[in-house]
Design a binder for this molecule. Structure first.
Ligand code: FES
Length: 119
């Protein structure tokens, strides 16, 4: 496949033509309401903890992506994990560390942090 190095005058780099290595894709909402609840600080904690485990953008590891609103704003900050399709409400630094250690590194769903939808 030909690497894209220039697209209509937009800056480019060969690394930006590759999908990063990962087994799980983690989507942290940094929409307006989750940001007001501290999502940007959680982003730093998640990234730092994943780096401590050498578990970010490596085979078997995590690709961490910020998103806009994922919709259940009242239950945020919202973080989703695929392929498991887990929806989490992460409310503190301790929650973020727990999520990394137990689910993203350990492979076990953190039931206590799952978003429970009410009918
Ligand atoms: S702003 Fe995060 S779910 Fe809406």
């Amino acid at each position: 496949m030909t690497e894209i190095t220039h697209i209509d005058g937009v800056d480019s780099h060969p690394d930006w033509s590759r999908i990063p290595e990962h087994a799980r894709h983690v989507l942290l909402c940094t929409g307006p309401r989750c940001t007001q609840r501290g999502a940007l600080q959680l982003w730093k904690t998640l990234r730092r903890r994943l780096l401590e485990h050498q578990h970010i953008e490596v085979p078997g590891g995590v690709l961490l992506t910020r998103t806009h609103c994922q919709f259940p704003c009242n239950l945020g900050p919202v973080l989703t994990v695929y392929p498991e399709r887990c929806w989490y409400g992460v409310r503190s630094k301790a929650d973020a560390v727990r999520l990394v250690d137990v689910h993203l590194v350990g492979g076990d769903v953190v039931e206590a942090l799952l978003i429970r939808e009410h009918p």
